[in-house]
Design a protein around this ligand. Structure first.
Ligand code: TRP
Length: 329
């Protein structure tokens, strides 16, 4: 049997080239070597207020972008979290075995709750729901960015605690695949990872940005005080631009040095912008085709949910039995 991969994306903000190079493009590459489930985690999104009509549109946009990027829905399951009720059910059961102290230590909770006027309990429970997403499918591999490692570690702790209280039930998941994914930094601030929730105009290149917008954003990107590209002394901004070019083009290190050494930053930015535009154009074309047929997209999501629901329900049933909750069978 192929090992199962599970990953999730919140339907908030705009998917950008950092999400593509760090996650999506790798999911596409590995999808046939594993049994993959890619989940749009709308229940996580509502841990902070979302405008209902925007959330609904975002869920479909992300699903269409997954397909446009090359996720094959015949082989990989694309699911919307709230359409598989077992996610919420298992989350409650796991909540009951999770000490509050573990959740109080979560740095993402501390950061996110500090930014809210009132903090919903869901924001506190966020990592437990994430543990449920993963444990529900006995996923062995969970490819996520560094910012999610603490949540993954917690998932492992929750699985182990449940197993020791109620007997072997859950697979304890691995964090990620070795060497998985490029790390793209913000174009305005190359010391911070490119983020979906950073609203600044010069920060990210969204997958659906127009060519003019992409050129403009790269043109404004932070570089350093060197007059031109120098691989020995370059700062993080120039390194990031070169990294983006290399990741999209697949150019070898030696060829990168040969091509870019001594190049002025204005020209470097143009080269990077055109490389990105060339790769995003076909993706955007597929996106337009997919979204022109809403019935197709709904079918993909329905099929995904139908495929994973029996697995999820079996896990909930097993957990109920282990805990002594009532089951009819
Ligand atoms: N918390 C993750 C993020 O913000 C999204 C997520 C939810 C997730 N459930 C998951 C990622 C399960 C991996 C596995 O990036």
């Amino acid at each position: 049997m192929k090992a199962r991969v599970f990953s999730g994306v919140q339907p908030t903000g705009n998917l950008h080239i950092g999400n593509y190079l760090g996650a999506l493009s790798n999911w596409v590459k590995i999808q046939h070597s594993y049994e993959s489930i890619f989940c749009i985690v709308d229940l996580h999104a509502v841990t902070v207020y979302q405008k209902p009509e925007e959330l609904r549109a975002k869920i479909l946009e992300i699903a269409a972008l997954f397909l446009a990027a090359g996720i094959d829905p015949k082989h990989s399951s694309i699911i919307v979290q709230s359409s598989v009720p077992a996610h919420s059910e298992l989350a409650w059961m796991l909540t009951c075995v999770t000490p509050m102290g573990w959740l109080q230590r979560m740095t993402q909770f501390k950061a996110k709750s500090a930014a809210q006027e009132t903090v919903g309990d869901g924001l506190f429970q966020y990592p437990v729901l994430m543990a449920a997403d993963i444990l529900l499918y006995h996923a062995a591999i969970v490819p996520v960015g560094d910012d999610q490692s603490q949540h993954l570690e917690l998932t492992r702790d929750i699985a182990q605690r449940f197993n020791s209280l109620y007997g072997e039930t859950f697979v304890v998941p691995e964090t990620k695949l070795p060497g998985f994914g490029a790390r793209v930094m913000g174009l305005d601030d190359p010391t911070a990872k490119m983020s979906k929730s950073s609203a600044g105009a010069g920060h990210a290149i969204a997958l659906l940005d127009t060519p003019e917008k992409i050129r403009k954003t790269f043109n404004r990107a932070t570089t350093d005080s060197n007059p031109a590209v120098d691989f020995a002394t370059m700062g993080p901004g120039v390194e990031n631009l070169l990294g983006i070019y290399q990741a999209f083009s697949g150019t070898a290190d030696a060829a990168m040095r040969e091509k870019f050494t001594g190049m002025r930053y204005g020209d470097l930015k143009k080269q990077v912008a055109e490389m990105v535009i060339m790769h995003l154009e076909p993706l955007q074309q597929r996106y337009r085709e997919i979204t022109a047929d809403p019935g197709y997209l709904e079918g993909v999501l329905r099929e995904g949910a139908a495929r994973v629901t029996p697995i999820a329900n079996d896990t909930v049933e097993l957990v109920k039995r282990r805990m002594g909750l009532y089951t009819a069978r």
